[in-house]
Every structure is written in structure tokens, then in C-alpha cells.
Design a protein around this ligand. Structure first.
Ligand SMILES: Cc1cc2nc3c(=O)[nH]c(=O)nc-3n(C[C@H](O)[C@H](O)[C@H](O)COP(=O)(O)O)c2cc1C
Length: 287
């Protein structure tokens, strides 16, 4: 991922894949941008500098100048169970890792993302949001049900949210006083899990996908240079709040991404911050 912004390289969903009409020779800028994006995806996997394919390609380079075919998954077969009659306990860390979370920009962004609780007023515009949403729509999604959506809350709509939260919490304020919680950022994005009935995909899986979209969007915003904090609260799914967001009965409000610019003082702190990542060993085990 790159901080470099080049709108010419964005592509439009309308132009993407199947919507392109055959027989129409005229190419639009969107078609070209789509090709650039597809090319990048291809080159990430085929000519990439990380991962097992890249290792194989490096080994093969010199043999041929032609485009190599990616190895079949069967080229690294799983060991038959009988090859390991004795059960090993715990993961095997004896082989060194080839993963570099500092050098790889995507891994680095994931590892260094922070929630920013106090945000400056500048926000991404709705077109920026649309592009970022386009990227996170790659979230893993059983049966491709797309069981999630975001609602933009800006300006006075934040006051309406404050009123709904007060109603839900039965809070009475003195005249002229308002609930200032939704005013902590100029832009809030409500995340809604919107499950569909599907005999193969239980609701919890669809909520997991929606949460995944939320996490990806946090990361995408962060990588695009914006500050974000995901907040929820006990009142998120109380009737007054659900009503304001016009939720269907089966939908779940998963909270709000508070979005804004990262304050300069915080940016400076981040540059020298050394918040350690937790020991990953606690998150990984074998059966
Ligand atoms: C679904 C969800 C709801 C959250 N709700 C709140 C919240 O209401 N208040 C809060 O202080 N943090 C909340 N958080 C946690 C913050 O977004 C943030 O992750 C936490 O402060 C840790 O900071 P970090 O993301 O920089 O590690 C929530 C996180 C998630 C995923």
C-alpha cells in the first residue's frame, strides 16, 4: 500500500469485470485504470517479492525468460498423517521466518495502526470514503452475501445521534446542553451488520464479516493518512438509536468509526513511539 495518491489509478466498479459491454471498442479512463489495478494484482502474486511463489520464481529465474506458471498447490503436499506417528505439542518455530513486518508496507501498516481518540476536524470526503469502501469490500465473506454497510454521519446528524443516545439512556439535560459524545469527530461512520437468511451461513458468520469490514476500513483509513477510533457503547442497539439509523429488525449496529485528521502533536509522538506488540506466541497453538 502506498500513501501516494493518484486518482487516475482508481477504478470504477461500473467498469469492473462483467459490466463491460462486449463489442464496444471505445476504452474509457476507467477501463485503463481497471487494467492497471488488475495488472498490479497479477504482479503482486506472480512477480511479488514475498511469499512462496516469489521464492519459487526466484529459483526458476535464469532457466527461462518466459512468464512462469505459479506452482500448483499440490507441489507442497501435506505430510501424510502416518509420517508423524508421534504427536508434536505446540507450533514448530525452528525454521526462520521470511516475513519482514518492517520492510513490507502492508504488514507494517497493520502492525503499527493505532486508534486516535482526539481528532482534528479535517475529514475524508464522501468520494474518498467510496474508494476506501471499495478496497475493504474484499473482506472474507462466506457466499459473498455482503452482509454489511456503513452510514455517513456528519454535521447536524451528529446532534441527532446525541439526542437519540440521550433518549435511549433516558438522560435529561439542562436547557441548551447537549450530548457531546458524537461531536468528538466531524465524521462518524456507523457500521451495520446486515445478515441475510442463508441456510449455509449462520448469522454469527455474517456478523464476523461485517466486523472484518470495520477492521479493514479502520486500517484502510489509517493507511490513507486518517485517524480513526471505533466506539460502540451499551446504547448502540437501543430502539431510539436503531430508529435513527433506520435499521431493519435483523440488523445490528456494531458501533461507529470516529474519523478525522491525526493531530500534529500525535503524529510526532507516533514517529518516536515504541509501543511493543504483544508476544504472538499467546495467539498461536496446535491441536
Ligand atoms: C467493536 C468495537 C467497539 C469498541 N468500542 C469502544 C468504545 O465504545 N469505547 C472505547 O474507548 N473503545 C472502544 N473500542 C476500542 C477502541 O476502538 C481501540 O481499539 C482501543 O482503544 C485500543 O486502541 P488501539 O486500537 O490503538 O489498540 C472498540 C473496539 C471495537 C472493535
Amino acid at each position: 500500500m502506498s500513501k501516494h495518491k493518484d486518482s487516475g489509478e482508481h477504478y470504477s466498479a461500473k467498469k469492473h469485470s462483467s459490466s463491460k459491454k462486449p463489442g464496444k471498442g471505445k476504452r474509457s479512463q476507467g477501463d485503463d485504470a481497471c487494467e492497471v489495478t488488475k495488472g498490479r494484482v497479477r504482479s503482486h502474486f506472480l512477480d511479488g517479492e514475498t511469499g512462496p511463489w516469489a521464492k519459487k520464481l526466484a529459483e526458476q529465474s535464469g532457466d527461462s525468460n518466459e512468464q512462469s506458471t505459479p506452482p500448483e498447490p499440490s507441489e507442497s503436499p501435506a505430510q501424510p498423517a502416518s509420517a508423524h506417528p508421534e504427536r508434536r505439542h505446540g507450533p514448530d518455530y525452528s525454521a526462520p521466518s521470511s516475513i519482514d513486518i518492517v520492510a513490507d508496507p502492508v504488514l507494517h501498516a497493520i502492525a503499527t495502526r493505532r486508534s486516535i481518540s482526539k481528532l482534528d476536524p479535517e475529514t475524508p470526503n464522501d468520494s474518498d470514503l467510496r474508494e476506501l469502501i471499495r478496497t475493504v469490500s474484499s473482506v472474507a465473506d462466506h457466499k459473498g452475501l455482503k452482509p454489511w454497510r456503513f452510514i455517513i454521519i456528519r454535521g447536524d446528524d451528529r446532534h441527532r445521534l446525541g439526542e437519540a443516545l440521550d433518549e435511549a439512556g433516558e438522560v435529561q439535560r439542562k436547557p441548551g446542553k447537549i450530548n457531546e459524545k458524537p461531536l468528538r469527530a466531524q465524521l462518524l461512520l456507523a457500521l451495520v451488520a446486515s445478515p441475510q437468511h442463508n441456510p449455509k451461513v449462520p448469522e454469527w458468520e455474517q456478523q464476523a464479516t461485517a466486523a472484518g469490514a470495520g477492521h479493514l476500513l479502520e486500517l484502510a483509513l489509517w493507511q490513507a493518512g486518517w485517524g480513526v477510533m471505533w466506539r460502540s457503547g451499551k446504547l448502540a442497539n437501543e430502539p431510539a438509536v436503531r430508529r435513527l439509523h433506520r435499521l431493519q429488525e435483523n440488523e445490528l449496529l456494531m458501533g461507529w468509526l470516529y474519523i478525522g485528521a491525526v493531530p500534529e502533536r500525535y503524529r510526532q509522538r507516533l514517529a518516536t513511539s515504541t509501543r511493543p506488540l504483544p508476544d504472538p506466541v499467546q495467539f498461536l497453538d496446535t491441536l
